[in-house]
Ligand binder design. Sequence first.
Ligand SMILES: Cc1cc2nc3c(=O)[nH]c(=O)nc-3n(C[C@H](O)[C@H](O)[C@H](O)COP(=O)(O)O)c2cc1C
Length: 190
Amino acid sequence: MTDSTPVFAAIEDRRSVKRFTERAVTPADIERLLDLAVLAPNHRMTEPWRFVVLGPEARRSLGDIKARARGRWITDPEALEAARLRMIESLGEIPCILAFVQRLDDDPAVREEDYATLWMAVQNVLVGAVAMGLGTHVKTGAVLEEPELRTLLGVAEGERIVGLVHLGEPAEIPPAKARTPAREFTRHLP
Ligand SMILES: Cc1cc2nc3c(=O)[nH]c(=O)nc-3n(C[C@H](O)[C@H](O)[C@H](O)COP(=O)(O)O)c2cc1C
């Protein structure tokens, strides 16, 4: 712990964790974390979030979808198949994956605020996870637009997949990445 204030410590100790132990994340852990998610500030209390918890089969399907999306440029079928199997295995081994989905409001201004709210909900989960001895890794990218992923997650028209969060007990905690002190980005007005 780098700070004696628990919230500060959880923020300061958070890392994007790449390797997890085999320990399962319990349904109670997931519920606790998602209960933190919905405490995020939410202008107009639109409650724009939907959460999808991916079990082992869904995680392997995600691996399959990711590998096929990334492998479109791979011409060698054997190399493609090997990469696909590796991706299925590696995502199947992540103890838990959470998908954060936004219900898209008709009003673009509300939609933008709701998107911000979704990321605040994600951050609550990331920080809460540290306090529970768990690690996380946010994942986004082109795969979120894949129709097969939308089908897998049961995402309806008028909803957006905002991000995926890998969750589990860290097998290894990466070192902190260097950050420029905030004061270098800060102006104080009289
Ligand atoms: C909106 C967002 C999207 C991200 N997408 C990815 C991603 O697709 N793949 C990935 O490996 N990391 C992703 N990350 C994690 C960042 O790369 C990571 O937070 C950054 O390298 C800093 O490392 P740290 O989280 O350990 O401090 C994402 C983070 C955020 C906030």
